[in-house]
Design a protein around this ligand. Structure first.
Ligand code: AMP
Ligand code: MG
Length: 405
């Protein structure tokens, strides 16, 4: 038998066949978790003026050279300056202006003394400020451009916009940003045994869980799900719905009907509709019967029907495809290593993805399987927080071995 396609090669094929979507411009408030489609240069410096980093007194540091605890320097208070206003007076020798955090540094001053380090007194109804220690020039002052310099590249294309990126864009006055469009992902659930989640179960029927899981995964990957409901195992109906999906979506996912059973019609339908098949069957477990191709230039995945296979193949292949389409820079799953807490015997020639649970003991990460690994067992998926990757060539993995997760 010919060697099956590895997960790694399959992922390359997928990524080579999906394209980054077009750009669009949105209001800043709508940019959260979208991917930046432009390099952003600072149109101005941050801060754009010298200002106080503290509530205190703006001073000439020279005046305080000889200030001591037992011999404080006494300055005349000439003005109160809140944030958002300009000082009216210029500070001369032995004078000071009370200043709030963020207020413009008055001309003539070069440092701010914290309120806590001063004492106020009155003399002939005039306010005096006692200061007990010298200050360095520039102390408690925010300089122009100390955060961002005008013209600097602040955010690069491909960056995912989080709350902190929104803060920076707002501070720089960017109320609109160019981002990549979100993929619309069609979900077609096939199978005569399926009923909706609210329906009563009749003998032989099961509830469709894949479409709910897949829609959650799509949202979780930053895309928009388009549900095409449950579709009967009938070629005419299937073709009809695939046609609609190709019109409306950027990416099409079908669930089930891609194995080699008599009612597994998805592949035949797609081929008859002109699918350019890229692969079908991979050297992986679960998820071996995964199908991928292009239908009228749109990428199509035929995901296996078993709930675990469906979710695992989504994680391994569909999520990276969506990430690329939405403009992200990196597409791969986060990878790490752990020590496996049990012996696993496996079939040679298939890469296994076992449902695992991580635990940290004495600064080391250990991983164990979460129970039965049948591809229909959702409960062991629920207990899992990672996938344990056991490579194709292995037949046994011993307790205590390092494994990829
Ligand atoms: P198939 O790929 O059609 O051979 O289906 C494989 C297994 O997955 C069968 O046991 C199906 O009943 C089950 N299955 C198919 N579709 C779904 C679904 N949408 N939700 C839950 N289980 C499903
Ligand atoms: Mg079926």
């Amino acid at each position: 038998m010919a060697k099956l396609l590895s997960a790694e090669k399959a992922l390359n094929i997928v990524l080579n066949n999906v394209k980054v979507l077009k750009k669009e411009e949105v209001r800043l408030t709508e940019a959260l978790y979208r991917v930046l489609a432009e390099d952003v240069y600072a149109p101005e410096s941050l801060p754009s003026f010298i200002n106080s980093a503290m509530d205190g007194y703006a001073v000439k540091s020279q005046d305080l050279r000889y200030a001591r605890q037992e011999k404080p320097v006494i300055l005349k208070l000439i003005e109160d300056l809140p944030a958002g206003y300009l000082p009216k007076k210029k500070v001369k020798t032995d004078e000071t202006i009370k200043i709030m955090t963020g207020a413009v540094l008055p001309s003539g001053t070069d440092a701010v003394v914290k309120v806590e380090d001063t004492e106020i007194s009155l003399q002939n109804k005039k306010k005096l400020v006692k200061i007990f220690h010298p200050v360095e020039k520039g102390e408690n002052i925010r300089q122009i451009g100390e955060d961002v310099k005008k013209g600097e590249l602040v955010l690069s294309k491909g960056k995912t916009i989080r709350a902190q990126e929104i803060a920076l864009l707002a501070a720089l006055g960017k109320d609109k940003v160019k981002i990549f469009s979100r993929p619309k992902v069609a979900v077609l659930t096939t199978g005569d045994e399926l009923v909706g989640v609210k329906e009563k179960l009749k003998p032989g029927k099961i509830r469709d869980s894949n479409s709910y899981m897949l829609e959650a995964e799509i949202i979780n990957s930053g895309a928009i799900p388009l549900s095409f409901g449950i579709i009967e195992d009938r070629k005419k109906t299937l073709k009809n719905v695939f046609s609609q999906a190709v019109e409306k979506a950027n990416l099409i996912l079908s669930s089930a009907g891609v194995s080699v059973g008599e009612y597994d019609l998805v592949k035949d339908c797609l081929l008859e509709m002109g699918l350019k098949l890229k692969f079908h069957t991979l050297a992986i477990r679960p998820g071996k019967p995964l199908l991928f191709g292009l239908l009228r230039n749109k990428p199509v995945f035929g995901l296996p029907g078993n709930p675990v296979s469906s979710m695992v193949t989504f994680e391994l292949f569909v999520r990276p495809a969506i990430l690329k389409m939405r403009g992200e820079n990196g597409y791969s799953l986060p990878k790490s290593e752990a020590i496996i807490g049990e012996k696993v015997v496996k079939k040679k020639g298939l890469c296994y993805y076992l449902r695992g649970k991580l635990e940290q003991v004495n600064n080391k990460w250990y991983v164990k399987t979460t129970g039965p690994q049948g591809s229909g067992i959702i409960s062991s998926l629920v207990k899992a927080d990672c996938l344990i990757v056991l490579p194709e060539e292995k037949t046994v993995v011993n307790k205590g071995e390092k494994v990829k997760i």
